[in-house]
Design a protein around this ligand. Structure first.
Ligand SMILES: NC(=O)c1ccc[n+]([C@@H]2O[C@H](COP(=O)([O-])OP(=O)(O)OC[C@H]3O[C@@H](n4cnc5c(N)ncnc54)[C@H](O)[C@@H]3O)[C@@H](O)[C@H]2O)c1
Length: 339
């Protein structure tokens, strides 16, 4: 295949990032959009000047599609994924994979059984400072890992939840602050620290009128013997850049808003980056740049053209969802849970 023809499913706030990203990728074209609501579909078609269908059936009947990008609400990722996989169409989905592990596994299995590529968007994994820290850990520069913390002390207004029929609901969002906002930093933490052995978690709804949590904390025991702490929220005004702290026997590195703000390894004089350049979504969900979506979509296109694994497969996107769901379970049952 020389060029990958995309359809984007879902036309909400994130769709523009996908359209802009794919427009700038050689060998990729957005040929169609899909929104389940006729009025929204018409609106999107006029806004982006791309045909927009109001059902998956009409989309697949009328267009020749190689890949779909799923941008529907989180509890509606499974259906388009399975419909596409059955037709031999490759799939990339927005995070989280889905709202339950069972639904996420159905997606992973459908793509495996139909032999199509499957990727999960976690664009922060393409940020240069994260990659620099990852290489340092892999090269043994931090030595044995001791402690890894993810702090996502963000804020979302009451309007953010009131203006949406899915955010903060269990059916549509699968929870709230951890599964929707915190998941990016939790995914980074897990990708650096490795597999989790057990979790003690506590989640609460403190400020917002929602079903899911707006505050969650957890203590993690990693398989490698290290410990971890997660604190995630959308109730902490005004919202602070997310923070990732990794401590090893030879020193520590701290990222804030995706930038390295402390790099303190014994005998290493590397300077930290300037924190002002951060592009955190700590208080404004629309403040994220499309730069890293473009890198990930580009990797996905390469994986299709050259028949190789995308950098973040469905399986790679699963641990963050599993850890978050286990935090909820631990909170509910008031006990430590082994994974
Ligand atoms: N990677 C990131 O940083 C990032 C940022 C924002 C959102 N997201 C993810 O993107 C997804 C969409 O979020 P959003 O903010 O664009 O949401 P949104 O509410 O703005 O849009 C959701 C869209 O889903 C579609 N939709 C609604 N009901 C549907 C149905 N029954 N069938 C098919 N489509 C339906 C509609 O087109 C709607 O516009 C979520 O999974 C979210 O977690 C990721």
């Amino acid at each position: 295949m020389k060029n990958v023809n995309f359809a984007i499913i879902g036309t909400g706030s994130i769709v523009e990032l996908h359209i802009e990203s794919i427009k700038e990728i050689d060998n990729a074209t957005v040929v169609a959009l899909c929104s389940s609501n006729e009025a929204r579909a018409k609106e999107a078609e006029e806004k982006y000047n791309i045909p927009c269908y109001s059902s998956l059936a009409s989309l697949f009947a009328n267009e020749k599609i190689d890949a779909i990008s799923i941008c529907t609400y989180s509890g509606n990722h499974l259906e388009p994924c399975v419909e596409a996989a059955k037709r031999g169409i490759h799939v990339i989905t927005e995070k989280p994979l889905e709202v339950t592990l069972d639904r996420a596994d159905q997606m992973i299995n459908a793509c495996k059984e139909n032999n199509v590529k499957f990727a999960c968007i976690f664009q922060s994994r393409f940020k240069p400072d994260y990659l620099k820290l990852k290489s340092a850990i892999e090269d043994g520069k931090l030595g044995k890992l001791i402690l890894g913390n993810a702090y996502i002390k963000w804020f979302r207004s009451e309007d953010y939840y009131a203006g949406s029929n899915w955010r903060g609901t269990m059916k549509g969002d699968g929870g709230a602050a951890l599964i929707n906002q915190g998941i990016h930093t939790i995914d980074l933490l897990l990708s650096l620290m490795g597999d989790v052995k057990s979790i003690v978690g506590k989640v609460k709804t403190t400020l917002h009128d929602i079903e899911g949590e707006d505050l969650g904390v957890a203590i993690l025991d990693f398989q490698n013997g290290a410990t971890g702490v997660i604190e995630g929220s959308t109730a902490l005004y005004p919202g602070y850049p997310e923070r990732l702290e990794i401590y090893g026997e030879h020193g520590s590195v701290i990222l804030e808003g995706g930038k390295i703000t402390s790099w303190n390894l014994k005998g290493d004089t590397t300077k930290a980056s300037s924190p002002q350049e951060s592009d955190s979504g700590s208080s404004d969900p629309m403040s994220i740049s499309y730069k890293y979506h473009k890198l990930q979509l580009s990797d996905f296109v390469e994986s299709i053209i050259h028949d190789k694994k995308p950098l973040i497969t469905g399986e790679e996107g699963r641990p963050a969802l599993e850890v978050i769901k286990t935090i909820y379970k631990s909170s509910e049952s008031n006990r430590e849970i082994e994974l």
